[in-house]
Design a protein around this ligand. Structure first.
Ligand code: SF4
Length: 256
């Protein structure tokens, strides 16, 4: 199946299911996906470990000039969110803290009603510079697709050690509440059946959601091409049943 890379540093605004009219910022290469996860459903395709460092990240001067140009020329356009997203994991950018401060500054100057949002896999959450950067971001949406490390290994395929305990330890150090976004899927991958919608897997995921106590949970399924064609989307009724379980914990939950 075909996958997709953003070919710009600043893209959109595009209609986002979770964020409204969203102006995207891609801090990664426009030629390669750069991520320390290799999610089996990733619309950017599979990850590679062999990208030279100098090709991995956007140049920050270029980012700031493009963002300023777009924001100053689109003052009439209602932008709900300026969102770090794009071709991989934004927080891997070595200058992420400086970027977060400057983007906040540009938002305040040109588009003060826009929120700044971040889509992250949470793997860098224990880094002090990333935690400081979070203070310059309004909505932090952290990926949590499973409630045990074995299933995370199968779905998200971290390229280096990552466990839920590490994520929870990092979350405890944050000053702000985060939002959780969770992809539910079924089918098979690597010749093995896979599903995070079984009762056991939903219960273990719910256990962590309850401990995290996020501001909001977004639940969704596959609706774009994935690099593995044997995955199947989960229907809206089943997603809604999962959402109901989260709402019973008193947490606002949206099926998108
Ligand atoms: S964390 Fe996001 S960018 Fe990285 S592999 Fe998963 S879906 Fe793709």
């Amino acid at each position: 199946m075909g996958t997709f890379l953003f070919d710009k540093i600043v893209f959109g605004p595009i209609k986002s299911r979770r964020l409204g009219n969203s102006l995207g910022i891609n801090l990664l290469s426009t030629e390669h996906k750069v991520c320390n996860f290799d999610c089996i459903y990733c619309e950017c395709g599979l990850s590679s470990k062999t990208i030279p460092v100098k090709e991995k990240f956007c140049r920050i001067e270029l980012l700031f000039s493009e963002l300023e140009k777009v924001l100053s020329s689109q003052r009439e356009v209602e932008i709900d969110a300026i969102t770090y997203a794009g071709n991989g994991e934004p927080t891997l950018h070595p200058a992420f803290l400086s970027i977060a401060k400057k983007v906040e500054n540009l938002r305040d100057r040109y588009s003060p009603n826009s929120k700044i949002a971040l889509l992250t896999n949470g793997t860098t959450i224990n880094k002090p510079s990333v935690q400081q950067a979070f203070e310059h971001i309004d909505d932090i949406l952290i990926k949590l697709d499973a409630g045990n490390d074995e299933l995370i290994a199968e779905i998200n395929k971290p390229l280096s050690h990552f466990g839920i305990d590490k994520l929870i330890a990092g979350l405890k150090q944050l000053k702000t509440r985060v939002k959780i976004q969770s992809m539910f899927l079924e089918g098979s991958a690597d010749g093995k059946d896979i599903s995070n919608t079984t009762k056991q897997n939903v219960d273990s995921w719910l256990n962590w959601v309850s401990q995290i106590n996020p501001e909001e949970v977004y639940i969704y399924s596959i609706d774009r091409d994935t690099p593995i064609s044997t995955l199947q989307p989960v229907g809206p009724d089943k997603l809604e049943q999962i959402a109901q379980k989260v709402r019973k914990l008193g947490i606002k939950t949206i099926v998108t």
